[in-house]
Design a protein around this ligand. Structure first.
Ligand code: ZN
Ligand code: ZN
Ligand code: ZN
Length: 548
């Protein structure tokens, strides 16, 4: 089997045209009725291997056993955040082209901070909240689901589902029939916006009224005996935050007792039950929307967000994370069994990946003598302000600093008669002298040099000339601007870039590769499988070697 994989791989490398034809042929033979794109928020690659001894045969292991495992799959841009991650998976390109440069960023045009999925021109449907006004309008390119809609004369449906709005809205794309996300707080409902529809479908109303959400306000204890969880740190340690109202971050967690101090239904998001809830809702969507029932291929995107909240709260080495993945494995098994029953084994194609990884808690790494630490942005900013005043007489030449990018006030530069390129270079020289700054680049470098390797190439793939800043800063390895408990992500280092990529089902062969693949390869691969146009800004290449 392995030899065959290598041979096919060599063919792909040396005979790109031939393999392209082969792919198009196979697309016609085994076109899936449904494509399911699963994103596990903050899933590091090693969660597949580290917890393998505890996974059942019907979840992750089934996908690997029957499908194709790309074991060296990476993000190829900075920053590795949720919004850019979801956009890149489904558009097959990077922030340079799809424009989702962060979750929140400073808009040079609007002169204000904007959120990647927020849209003031729409209103929430199913929520009384003013803050749930979401659409994909800031994403500049199409997703493979958009191309599938165009190809099928809008007959193929697209549904996006997640706890997080951005995890539902961006993957589903511009032409989606629906994107549903979870409104917690005092509401506890799946909602949408009038970008998609004016009222919720009856099955969504029924789901919200079924008491399913409330049923998860129960005790969270480990799925198996905690003494068998030997692949994670001790439950009680200095590296976890936990919940308000409970003095230690240790099992069990009584969610009903803790909900009042932890934003009511929001507490479900912060436990594995948030993933179970998304699986429940996705199963209802498959049944009630008749996904994969006719000849026009449908697309379902499912993003599991609770993994990310739990990683931020407890860190990547916690018992809580281990339990979350063992439970997610069960939810995946349920989802696969539903797809087998409703769509039929061999009639659907599924892929599973993540929107980014996460770093080990730096304080934990420090305790093991591994270089790591915390960045103090407010100290850095203070020092920078002093430098600006001393050098230019005013700090007003800077309009905004966010996501490790410095944005110029171009009018002020002009007024003072300053050359922007000279100022860019002066700021590079200044910033590189600060603690925990590893590298600094100018916008000019990003737009005038073609970087092919290293951190520079990742920055360039994340650099959108219209939206990104004028000076870009890279922090030291394993250094984060974060509290002393829990993990975060955003860098171009392996702990943030290396994520699972599994393909499974119709048109996919069994195998694995250690050859490097990158996130933008996913959408062109699915497009090739369907025989449809690639997303309009796609820069990845189809992975011919995963196809039957
Ligand atoms: Zn994320
Ligand atoms: Zn714990
Ligand atoms: Zn996160």
């Amino acid at each position: 089997m392995k030899k065959f994989v290598v041979l096919t791989l060599l063919m792909t490398m040396f005979f790109p045209c031939g393999s392209q034809e082969k792919m198009m042929g196979s697309a016609l033979k085994s076109k899936p009725k449904l494509v399911v794109g699963i994103v596990v928020d903050q899933m590091r690659y090693d969660y597949l291997t580290r917890f393998a001894a505890h996974y059942g045969e019907g979840g992750f292991k089934r996908i690997i056993r029957e499908g194709f495992n790309c074991k060296n799959n990476h993000y190829n841009y900075i920053p590795t955040y949720t919004g850019p991650g979801h956009a890149s998976i489904f558009t097959g390109t990077t922030p340079k082209y799809h424009g989702i440069i962060a979750n929140h960023w400073y808009s040079k045009k609007e002169k204000k901070n904007v959120y990647c999925a927020a849209d003031d021109s729409v209103v929430a449907v199913g929520s009384i909240s003013e803050s749930e006004r979401m659409s994909p309008h800031r994403m500049l390119t199409t997703t493979f689901a958009d191309e599938n809609r165009l190809f099928t004369q809008m007959k193929g449906k697209t549904i996006g589902i997640s706890i997080k709005d951005r995890g539902a809205v961006l993957p589903a794309g511009h032409t989606a029939n629906a994107a549903y996300w979870f409104r917690g707080k005092g509401e506890g409902n799946f909602i949408t916006s009038n970008y998609y529809m004016e009222t919720l479908p009856q099955w969504v109303e029924d789901f919200n009224n079924s008491g399913r959400v409330e049923s998860y306000l129960k005790v969270w204890n480990t799925l198996y005996d905690i003494s068998t969880y030997v692949e994670s740190g001790s439950d009680l340690n200095d590296f976890e935050a936990g919940f308000k109202g409970k003095s230690t971050a240790t099992f069990p967690y009584d969610l009903d007792a803790l909900k009042d101090q932890n934003s009511w239904f929001d507490i479900i998001k912060n436990t594995p039950y948030g993933n179970s809830l998304v699986a429940d809702f996705a199963i209802e969507a498959i049944k009630n929307e008749a996904l994969g029932k006719d000849d026009a291929t449908d697309v379902l995107t499912v993003s599991f967000s609770s993994t990310d909240y739990i990683g931020h709260n407890f860190g990547v080495n916690s018992k809580e994370i281990q339990d979350t993945y063992l439970r997610l494995d069960k939810d995946l098994e349920r989802l696969l069994l539903t797809l087998d029953a409703e769509v039929g084994e061999g009639n659907y194609t599924l892929f599973l990946t993540a929107d980014h990884g996460a770093v080990e808690v730096p304080k934990y790494l420090q305790s093991l003598k591994i270089p790591a630490g915390y960045v103090n942005y407010s100290d850095r900013k203070k020092k920078f302000q002093e430098f600006l005043k001393e050098t230019y007489g005013t700090a007003d030449i800077i309009e905004n600093i966010s996501n490790n990018q410095i944005f110029f006030n171009k009018a002020k530069l002009k007024e003072l008669g300053l050359n922007r390129y000279e100022v860019e270079q002066a700021l590079v020289d200044e910033q590189i002298s600060y603690p925990n700054v590893a590298k600094v680049y100018t916008a000019k470098a990003m737009t005038s040099t073609n970087f092919t390797t290293g951190i520079e190439a990742l920055l360039q793939n994340g650099f959108n000339q219209k939206r990104s800043g004028d000076v870009i800063i890279v922090d030291d390895i394993a250094h984060i601007a974060y509290g002393r408990t829990g993990s975060t992500h955003g860098s171009g280092l392996n702990y943030d870039t290396h994520v699972p990529l599994l393909f499974f089902g119709a048109g996919i062969k069994h195998g694995e590769t250690l050859n490097k693949t990158v996130i933008p390869d996913i959408a062109p691969t699915i497009s090739a499988l369907l025989g449809i146009s690639f997303p309009n800004g796609a820069t990845g290449r189809p992975l011919g070697f995963v196809m039957d």
